[in-house]
Design a protein around this ligand. Structure first.
Ligand SMILES: [Zn+2]
Length: 245
């Protein structure tokens, strides 16, 4: 039976809460980082928590934001400083349904070195394709910024750097990963962190053989059919350890 309109919104909110808890439980976000999903009925809007630690988000904390990253209801609670990451990616990429921004630790070194790209060394990271672009905020905000994507202009520049890809690293800061579903974005965020960890380990051992373009594509297609398997495991684990009340 298909869901009616209010059910679509409430189930999107519920999934977004689950995504917040999974990302915390899997070590992708800590007190910081955020995940959003495009509004299921109004594609120029998106759902995102108020400003708080993702592991503590509940359904009542989820707010609606407009295409400029402003909360639709004014006078509400404090909102994330970097909500423009989400608004500008949704503006530029109609194919994107969800976005995860994090400071997941194994990824950060790849944002800060030159000459080594984050690339897929194993099949679960095939979506990283030929390598992940790095957004250099100095090109837009000079040498004295706080590195945050704190306005529309910086959000648009980040979205430009993401281009058509699934992920962009942010120099000295973290990364942003997108998906055509919320579950795919979460899956990719988890495996971006895992892949970074494995690539760092592999590079200590010797020259690394990366997936070819064909392998990257084929593994991505296969993994896209397996996302729910990971999602329900991660959700169960997150619920067991949940601190949200
Ligand atoms: Zn950030």
């Amino acid at each position: 039976m298909s869901e009616n309109a209010p059910e679509k919104v409430s189930s999107a909110i519920r999934e977004l809460v689950h995504a917040n808890h999974i990302l915390f439980d899997q070590g992708v976000v800590d007190g910081f980082g955020h995940v959003s999903v495009r509004h299921p009925l109004q594609p120029d809007r998106f759902l995102l928590s108020r400003s708080m630690a993702p592991g503590l988000v509940t359904e009542k904390d989820v707010l609606v934001f407009d295409h400029d990253g402003a909360p639709v209801e004014t006078g509400g609670p404090a909102v994330y400083l970097e909500r423009f990451i989400h608004s500008e990616i949704y503006r530029k990429r109609p194919d994107v349904v969800a976005a995860v921004h994090s400071h997941s630790p194994a990824v950060v070194p790849f944002s800060a070195v030159t000459g080594t790209k984050l690339r897929p060394i194993f099949h679960m990271c095939g979506f990283l394709g030929a390598g992940t672009p790095v957004f250099e905020i100095r090109d837009y905000a000079g040498t004295g910024s706080d590195l945050l994507i704190s306005d529309n202009r910086l959000g648009a520049a980040l979205a430009e750097s993401l281009d058509r890809g699934p992920a962009v690293l942010m120099r000295g800061h973290g990364s942003t990963v997108v998906g055509s579903t919320l579950r795919q974005a979460v899956f990719r965020a988890v495996y971006t962190e895992v892949g970074a960890r494995l690539q760092t380990e592999a590079m200590k051992l010797g020259p690394v053989t990366y997936l070819t373009e064909g392998e990257a594509l084929a593994t991505t297609n296969t993994n896209n059919t397996q996302i729910d398997r990971a999602w329900y495991l991660w959700l169960k684990a997150a619920e067991k350890r949940s601190m949200a009340t």
